[in-house]
Design a protein around this ligand. Structure first.
Ligand code: FAD
Length: 495
């Protein structure tokens, strides 16, 4: 009989909701903590910039037991995702499990000699502690802003210049009539640059160091979900753990794979006019495909054509008067400087001695199945396996984690097996697939199917593939099908 545990879930975003549901469903006593006033994490409206929408099509950004509403567009807007997450919390009555406005500020191993952790909790100025048998950390990768300051910033701000992190660009009126400079080349920077142009900015300039491949929502008129999310496509990337036969197959098919990706690059160059805009990346697309691969913000190339938006390859050197001086020597007039410089990875609530065990010196995370570390007992991470379909990934790993915590995986890993797998994955990222090092290695894309196959095998799923082999090879991870696969795993209840 599996013993009922008291489980803390830290964070009330996509991952926290998945974790709370998974542990609650197995009969554990779940208590969730969310520092904000509401669920949703990055989709909570006060945290997202105007016009934000998903990169994933709606069929790929959902839990297995709840589709997004029919009247949602193919790429739902931020408030729609937020409403969807609320409906999901309502469907599973997850609200009763969470304490909102409650921040976890610290954790220590329990002093009473029991397994588990003592969390320090802060709410409305008061602090208390509480013991838990297991902790699911679901704090996301977008909770702690990267900060950056440049010489001359104080004087620039004193002269009424504005400097803000991309997540603080929440009101498009900020841009109206202004010279806006956006630092960074990620999706958030193109989203903000386009938004500023569309809201009457005088001039917008995007300054970034390196061209990257950007995927349009439709490639040659076809929704990218039909081209890029398939087992057949995934097999072309150099995944981990390939045996001699798979390596031989990869060597034989290398010219075909090469031709496939050059064809894709040619299509992107032609469709987007990358040469004309000096935006052709140096890196082959197959080497870059990972969670940081951005989609093209609708209106981006149109804004370049109007001249209201320009791009410059370089970075800031310093603020000078009402301008920004770039490393290229160019001086840009600037009223509003938006720093789209991303987020700090990390789990700040972890004591240093455990953080050192979790994160290697080169910033790579040491996690088995992107979820647990043998040196951090009674703890797991939901959301570290982010992907191009993160809601499904979060649900899959939450379902795996509860079984891991309960010793109910069919392939319950030994301590030695976890350590050896972690070393193998680190070696793969460092030597065979450097793009997998992005975000400390916390990304399962583009290997969605392989990752899910491993999780389902661990859980002992009776079914892990669709009956139609063509659908299995040539279509995207289907959330309904994954619901069936999860239902085919051995079921149990803690008591
Ligand atoms: C603009 C944008 C668009 C995106 N689009 C897509 C997409 O199309 N497809 C896709 O797959 N992914 C997308 N992502 C990635 C997205 O982050 C994930 O899909 C998903 O929302 C992550 O959820 P999460 O719960 O893991 O993290 P978060 O949403 O970051 O939630 C973490 C929660 O933890 C809380 N928290 C943090 N620390 C503490 C603490 N100490 N105590 C209590 N609470 C705490 C935070 O307040 C937050 O609510 C997008 C991200 C952004 C920013």
């Amino acid at each position: 009989m599996v013993k009922c545990k008291t489980v803390a879930v830290i964070g009330g975003g996509v991952s926290g909701l998945a974790a709370a549901k998974a542990f609650d469903e197995r009969g554990h006593k779940v208590i969730g903590f969310e520092s904000s006033h509401d669920f949703g994490g990055v989709w909570e409206p006060s945290r997202s910039y105007p016009g934000v929408q998903t990169q994933s099509p709606k069929e790929l950004y959902r839990y297995t037991d709840m589709a997004m509403p029919d009247d949602y567009p193919q790429w739902p807007k931020g408030p729609q995702v937020h409403a969807y997450l609320h409906s999901y919390a309502d469907k599973h009555k997850l609200g009763r499990l969470f304490h909102l406005n409650t921040k976890v500020t610290g954790m220590e191993r329990r002093a009473d000699g029991q397994a588990g952790w003592t969390l320090t909790l802060e709410n409305a100025g008061s602090t208390r502690t509480q013991d838990f048998d297991f902790v699911a950390v679901c704090t996301g990768q977008f909770s702690y802003k990267n900060t950056l300051t440049h010489p001359g910033q104080e004087e620039f701000v004193a002269q009424s210049g504005q400097v803000m992190h991309s997540s603080d660009y929440t009101d498009p009126e900020i841009a109206r009539g202004k010279h806006v400079v956006v630092l960074g080349g990620s999706k958030s920077s193109t989203d903000i640059a386009v938004n500023a142009v569309q809201h009457g900015a005088e001039q917008v300039t995007m300054v970034y160091r390196k061209n990257v491949w950007r995927i349009p929502y439709f490639i040659g008129g076809i929704n990218f979900k039909r081209l890029l999310y398939m087992r057949a496509q995934e097999m072309q990337f150099n995944s981990w753990g390939r045996g001699p036969l798979k390596k031989l197959f990869a060597a034989v098919t290398k010219p075909l794979v090469w031709a496939n990706f050059r064809g894709l690059e040619t299509m992107l160059k032609m469709q987007l006019g990358l040469k004309k805009w000096n935006m052709v990346p140096d890196m082959p697309i197959e080497k870059e495909a990972c969670c940081s691969l951005p989609l093209v913000t609708p209106g981006f190339f149109e804004a370049l054509k109007t001249g209201k938006l320009r791009t410059v390859l370089g970075t800031y050197q310093q603020y000078v008067g009402d301008s920004v001086m770039l490393t290229t020597g160019e001086k840009l007039r600037c009223d509003v400087s938006v720093l789209a410089v991303g987020w700090k990875l990390g789990v700040p609530v972890l004591p240093d001695e455990y953080r050192e065990k979790l994160v290697a010196k080169d910033g790579q995370y040491r996690v088995y199945r992107l979820a647990v570390n043998p040196d951090l007992p009674d703890m797991g991470f939901v959301g570290f396996n982010s992907s191009f379909c993160t809601i499904l990934s979060a649900e899959m790993i939450a379902s795996w984690l509860v079984r891991f915590a309960d010793g109910q995986l069919v392939n319950q890993p030994s301590d030695a097996a976890m350590r050896s797998n972690i070393e193998m994955m680190l070696n793969w990222r460092r030597n065979e697939r450097p793009s997998a090092k992005v975000y400390g290695g916390l990304c399962s894309a583009p290997f969605h199917f392989k990752h899910f196959d491993e999780l389902l095998a661990d859980m002992g799923a009776g079914k892990a593939k669709r009956s139609n082999p063509l659908a299995e090879q040539f279509s995207f991870p289907n959330a309904d099908a994954y619901g069936e696969f999860l239902a085919s795993t051995p079921q149990y209840t803690a008591g």
